[in-house]
Ligand binder design. Structure first.
Ligand SMILES: NC(=O)c1ccc[n+]([C@@H]2O[C@H](COP(=O)([O-])OP(=O)(O)OC[C@H]3O[C@@H](n4cnc5c(N)ncnc54)[C@H](O)[C@@H]3O)[C@@H](O)[C@H]2O)c1
Length: 451
């Protein structure tokens, strides 16, 4: 094990152990809405949208001592029933999230609804004096971004966006390596996310009892265009731009958050995207293939570099994900489990291309070359590889929620606040516009406006 890897593991073990110890307490006591606090100041929590991610976010928050889940809101009754099964029978459950915002015993709100509700619920919650953990992408439409940034400033509440890579020790390690010059000046970043399954392509299961009786349909629609009840649109909302933000808002946004955290970048100034609906022709209007290219000009934090992103939901070779930071001295690759640093040995000799020169010229060149570079080798230069792995059981998601609860208690600002969240969501959402309008779009990450 290299010295740096040992240090890396030492740094993370503490956090991983704390999470494990808290989990044990919960299991021993059975489902409880209050995580035993060890004297920690109680944080009353409510979750709006208790589907897949709302449940995961809430479970992660409840691993932090002193957190009490007061209530959950959802527009599908089945999810309210399930929340009482998963968390505790005494939970307040409601179809109307405003009932939770009105409660004095709620300090913090998780917003894990479909994207078209994020800004509205988050702003109303902050206006009601609550701190907010709002899922990514922070907003459904570019126009909502500044409003959320302003609301955070005006109310002075904590607002953390839910791209957990920003709290990940894996991304922290990549940030350290990049800052230490491990790959030299960054020139290119590429990332991809490919899937090849129905669930991967968002064809989620629709419950048999879904009907206008069990679903508050108009509350699901909210500000989206009015239409008759359609269970597919609720349970597979990601596939429709009225509620979701396509693969760019759903997946590219994580890559922007991770990239901005690692590099200190605030955003690209030019966005170009192209794609289409190639395979999942199930009535959706979201693309299943999308490529994006982005220009990041030089700033005090990083040199000028180019970013390329790809999502493909019909990749016949299976599912994979990758993130590569490329520089002349090495490549940093980030995966689920850790960071890999690859470096090619340096060779002072430049090599030569002399075959097409006259024989005498070749001989004269070689004589000089060998004198100048006596150690020059003809074989390819070796590539070395160093791995930095996260410890077993480590979860960046748990750490992200723990950071949120810590900020609620200490009032210390979070890294992934509304401004950070919009600087990730903005260029992601512009990809959809660029692909639809078949043109590059300029973005100003300082004024937060598309040009
Ligand atoms: N950070 C991550 O890694 C990650 C992973 C998955 C999802 N997400 C985000 O979490 C959010 C939810 O995604 P999901 O996969 O859990 O979807 P989901 O469909 O499983 O859950 C969304 C829930 O919101 C409910 N809902 C809809 N309108 C509502 C309203 N007005 N009030 C209250 N509840 C309402 C739905 O009934 C559903 O139960 C999305 O924004 C998504 O992008 C983040």
């Amino acid at each position: 094990m290299s010295g740096s890897r040992r240090t890396f593991l030492r740094q993370v073990t503490g956090a991983a152990l704390t999470a494990a110890a808290t989990r044990t307490v919960l299991a021993a006591d059975g489902p409880s809405c209050l995580t035993p606090g060890d004297g920690a100041k109680r944080v009353g929590l409510a979750t709006v949208g208790i589907g897949g991610q709302g449940t995961g976010d809430t479970e992660a928050a409840l691993k932090v001592p002193g957190v009490e889940l007061v209530g959950v809101a959802d527009v599908y009754d089945g999810r309210l029933v399930r929340a009482r099964e998963v968390f505790c029978p005494g939970l307040v459950t409601t179809r109307d999230y405003r009932e939770l915002l009105a409660r004095k015993d709620v300090d913090a709100v998780i917003v894990a609804t479909p994207d078209h509700w994020h800004a509205q619920v988050a702003i109303e919650a902050m206006e009601a004096g609550k701190d907010v953990y709002v899922e990514k992408p922070m907003v459904h439409a570019i126009e909502e971004g500044q409003k959320l940034v302003d609301a955070q400033k005006r109310t002075g509440r904590i607002c953390q966006v839910g791209s957990q890579r920003v709290s990940s020790l894996v991304y922290r390690k990549a940030k350290q390596l990049l800052a230490a010059g491990a790959i030299g000046p960054l020139n290119l970043v590429e990332a991809w996310w490919v899937r090849n399954s129905a669930i991967g392509a968002w064809q989620y299961t629709i419950p048999a009892d879904a009907s206008p009786a069990t679903v508050d349909w108009s509350r699901f629609l909210g500000s989206a265009p009015q239409r008759a009840f359609d269970a597919t649109r609720l349970f597979r909302w990601r596939n429709y731009s009225d509620y979701g933000t396509g693969v760019a808002g759903d997946l590219f946004v994580h890559l922007f958050s991770g990239l901005h955290f690692v590099t200190g970048a605030v955003g690209p100034t030019r966005v170009m995207a192209t794609g289409g609906l190639r395979h999942w022709k199930d009535g959706r209007d979201a693309n299943d293939v999308l490529l994006g290219l982005f220009e990041y000009p030089k700033t005090a934090a990083h040199p000028e570099f180019t970013l390329s992103l790809k999502v493909d939901f019909a990749d016949g070779a299976g599912e994979s994900e990758g993130f590569r930071f490329v520089g002349p001295d090495g490549v940093l690759s980030i995966g689920w489990d850790g960071v890999t640093l690859q470096k090619q040995a340096k060779d002072a000799a430049p090599g030569y291309t002399i075959d097409t020169f006259p024989k005498s010229a070749q001989e004269a060149f070689l004589k000089d070359y060998k004198a100048k570079y006596p150690d020059a080798k003809s074989e390819l230069r070796a590539v070395t590889e160093e791995r930095f792995e996260k410890p077993d059981g480590y979860s960046d998601h748990d750490e992200h929620l723990a950071n949120f609860i810590d900020a609620v208690r200490t009032r210390k600002p979070v890294v992934e606040d509304a401004l950070f969240g919009f600087r990730a969501a903005g260029p992601a959402l512009l990809c959809n516009k660029s692909a639809a309008e078949r043109r590059p779009i300029d973005w100003n990450p300082e004024t937060l406006k598309a040009v």
